[in-house]
Design a protein around this ligand. Structure first.
Ligand code: ADP
Ligand code: ADP
Length: 225
């Protein structure tokens, strides 16, 4: 995934907001990159551009060398607030990805169960989101994003609303998942500890306008699965 000299300007009644300026950022295939920086520096905006939820104002976005146009395939997204549907049980919430992408839902049921097991949600398949804790809901949201085994996983402060202990557990589970089935990950966080623990690379951002201030390679030994 590659951003080249990317600008983003949001129109606004009080004058345009220059959210991003001259962003150059590359995530090599199967690498884990975290974006770290103060509130308002444009982290979420970068994710929205990559997910085609917002148009670029300038520059280029390429995924696997090809410019992105139209709804992107092969991408899973997790937000800080899970968007589980309260009237559906957990299994069918995870399966929404298959419905949304018009895949054969039945053939994904086993995969959905395996993912739920991997994230400690075995036995909760037929529970509803409102019956689960925040940590469990976020685990289900991750399972949903991973259902069709996307090559690219985008996460916007997925653990930001969780208590410290649940957060540590989820960091561990996410790292294990990533070590087992390498994905290209763009991860947004406010936590330096989390970024260093999870990432191959950390991009530090500054604001007004949003820029990449520094990119740091993290060269820590990682456990083998
Ligand atoms: P971060 O995720 O780092 O907190 P954001 O990407 O959410 O930063 O925001 C970057 C800047 O763009 C901020 O100044 C924010 O107020 C502005 N912004 C974000 N979304 C919009 C929008 N839809 N309309 C106008 N301004 C926006
Ligand atoms: P978390 O730390 O994931 O936010 P909680 O502290 O609320 O979770 O709950 C601790 C544990 O209690 C969970 O990991 C789960 O095993 C169990 N639990 C939470 N909600 C339920 C529920 N509705 N039914 C059964 N067990 C639950």
């Amino acid at each position: 995934m590659e951003l080249e000299n990317v600008d983003k300007v949001y129109p606004s009644p009080k004058g345009a907001v220059h959210a991003l300026q001259g962003i150059d950022l590359e995530i090599p295939s199967e690498q884990f990159l975290s974006l770290l920086g103060p509130s308002g520096c444009g982290k979420s905006t970068i994710l929205k551009l990559v997910a085609s939820l917002e148009p670029l104002s300038g520059g280029n976005l390429r995924i696997k060398g090809a410019p992105v146009n139209g709804a992107p395939q092969g991408m899973g997204v997790v937000f800080q607030r899970d968007i589980l549907l309260d009237w559906r049980d957990i299994l069918s919430n995870v399966l929404i990805t298959a419905e949304f992408k018009k895949l054969d839902v039945k053939s994904y049921r086993e995969r959905a169960r395996q993912l739920l097991e991997m994230f400690g949600l075995s036995g909760f398949e037929d529970r509803h989101p409102w019956e689960l804790s925040g940590g469990m809901r976020q685990r289900a949201a991750i399972c949903r994003a991973l259902l069709d085994d996307p090559e690219l996983l985008l996460m916007d402060e997925p653990f930001g609303a969780l208590d410290a202990m649940t957060r540590d557990e989820l960091n561990f589970e996410l790292q294990r998942m990533w070590l087992e089935s390498r994905k290209t990950v763009l991860f947004i966080t406010h936590s330096i500890t989390e970024a260093v623990y999870l990432s191959d690379r950390v991009a530090l951002m500054s604001r007004n306008p949003g820029r990449i201030a520094e990119v740091i390679d993290i060269d820590l030994p990682r456990p083998r699965p």
